[in-house]
Design a protein around this ligand. Structure first.
Ligand SMILES: Cc1cc2nc3c(=O)[nH]c(=O)nc-3n(C[C@H](O)[C@H](O)[C@H](O)COP(=O)(O)OP(=O)(O)OC[C@H]3O[C@@H](n4cnc5c(N)ncnc54)[C@H](O)[C@@H]3O)c2cc1C
Length: 396
């Protein structure tokens, strides 16, 4: 028995005792629980599951206890995650702060910032949004123009951020701002955290052709941000942004493992919709399904290797780009395949409550395209891989 086996058994037992059966089912998007001041539960089971995981510190199992985490080692965290997958546990809450800003603060935040910002994040009390992209700065993020001018004890922020997911529901934002307008573009950027209720912050939702949208545009009009809310050093934001994007890619490369609103079991659906192959088209579909399952398995193994490399202190920045690229492209292909497999039965329409799973599949399929853009598009990941993994020179 390995040293970790007792922990695995205890964790399995705890999850069995504490994760209500209804929290072990696929999670429709409408039932996602986001932390923050507008926290809402759709059922008593959701509230229980949220509270129990929060009290264990298992929203962020591998953070130190003094900052509200669970104090688990990397190996124990992997075990917890794999046991949650095994039981099909829903994520008890979803929080960009925990996925992205928290790990960055642990590494680069001052002690005061860690003590102030991390514990409420770890308890799911503050919902965070990401203010990086701007109307003319998406892939070319370093071209951002939102300015932060030093004035006594504060920065005065002016400008606008776009595609800010859930900005209207968020309590705080971490934002990249230009503090050194005279410097070369990467060298004049800083990372600030700011309260979304600060005077001068306004949020405008962006409507999409599909109707439903989490996107917002955020405007800053002489917003005063205390200097204590600068993360890292003045004009040192670009390095932090790159580190944070790695955390984002890591989170995105693991979406379907636990955090995606819906998980579809391809093997189960294959048996249900195509138990035998009677036509050439069926054989082709089954071959695609088997290839997809093998790809998923290979991806899982590669990810474990990546985790080991990170644990051994190797620079996995470029590899994270491979992981994000492969996973989001694989997910999109998988949802295409699921739609092909289920045929017209895979098409859900809004308000069609009798076809929840089909509706969820349609949303997941549409959403899978957006994941190949969010956090840096697939083309941008290829550029990162070319430079950081293959060592190729910049394209002229
Ligand atoms: C679901 C979703 C959620 C998002 N949430 C947030 C958020 O919360 N906060 C936030 O700040 N941003 C968010 N974004 C924005 C996201 O980061 C940007 O959409 C992304 O970085 C691409 O930028 P862009 O939209 O300006 O496209 P552009 O940069 O204009 O790119 C347009 C096209 O050109 C290609 N391209 C651009 N440059 C290159 C190049 N050098 N080489 C090859 N091809 C290139 C791109 O791949 C893309 O196909 C989100 C986006 C999505 C889809």
């Amino acid at each position: 028995m390995s040293d970790l086996e007792p922990f695995r058994l205890q964790t399995r037992q705890w999850l069995q005792d504490n994760c209500p059966p209804s929290m072990r089912t696929p999670m429709p998007e409408a039932e996602m629980v986001w932390g923050g001041s507008q926290l809402r539960f759709h059922s008593e089971d959701q509230r229980l599951w949220f509270t129990r995981m929060r009290d264990k510190g298992w929203f962020c199992p591998d953070w130190p206890r003094e900052y509200g985490g669970g104090g688990l080692s990397a190996e124990q965290t992997q075990i917890l995650e794999s046991e949650m997958r095994r039981l099909h546990c829903r994520p008890p809450q979803i929080n960009l702060g925990i996925w992205m800003l928290g790990p960055l603060l642990l590494e680069y935040g001052s002690e005061a910032q860690k003590r102030e910002l991390l514990p409420p994040m770890a308890r799911g009390e503050v919902r965070w949004c990401q203010g990086f992209s701007e109307p003319n700065a998406g892939s070319d993020l370093a071209s951002l123009r939102t300015s932060a001018r030093e004035e006594g004890e504060v920065f005065v922020v002016n400008g606008s951020k776009i595609w800010t997911s859930y900005a209207g529901d968020s309590d705080w934002m971490y934002a990249l701002v230009r503090t050194g307008p005279q410097q070369p573009k990467q060298a004049g950027i800083s990372l600030l955290v700011l309260d979304m209720r600060s005077p001068g912050v306004s949020v405008r939702p962006i409507d999409l052709i599909s109707g439903k949208s989490s996107f917002c545009q955020v405007f800053f009009d002489d917003v005063k941000v205390p200097k204590a809310q600068l993360i890292g050093t003045l004009n040192g934001g670009w390095g932090l942004a790159k580190a944070l994007l790695q955390h984002e890619r890591r989170a995105m490369s693991r979406f379907s493992e636990s955090a995606l609103p819906t998980h579809f079991d391809l093997a189960e659906l294959l048996n249900q919709y195509l138990p035998t192959a009677s036509t050439v088209a069926d054989v082709v579909l089954r071959q695609r399904a088997v290839a997809c399952l093998m790809d998923e398995h290979a991806y899982g193994l590669s990810n474990r290797r990546l985790a080991e490399a990170a644990k051994a202190g190797q620079d996995v920045g470029g590899l994270m780009a491979i992981s994000k690229l492969v996973h989001t492209e694989q997910e999109r292909d998988k949802f295409e395949l699921l739609l092909d497999l289920m045929g017209h039965q895979g098409l859900g329409a809004g308000g069609d409550v009798h076809h929840e799973r089909e509706l969820a599949l349609t949303h997941a399929w549409l959403g899978s395209f957006t994941q190949t853009i969010a956090g840096g598009s697939s083309e941008v990941q290829l550029n990162v891989i070319a430079k950081r993994v293959l060592g190729l020179p910049d394209a002229k």
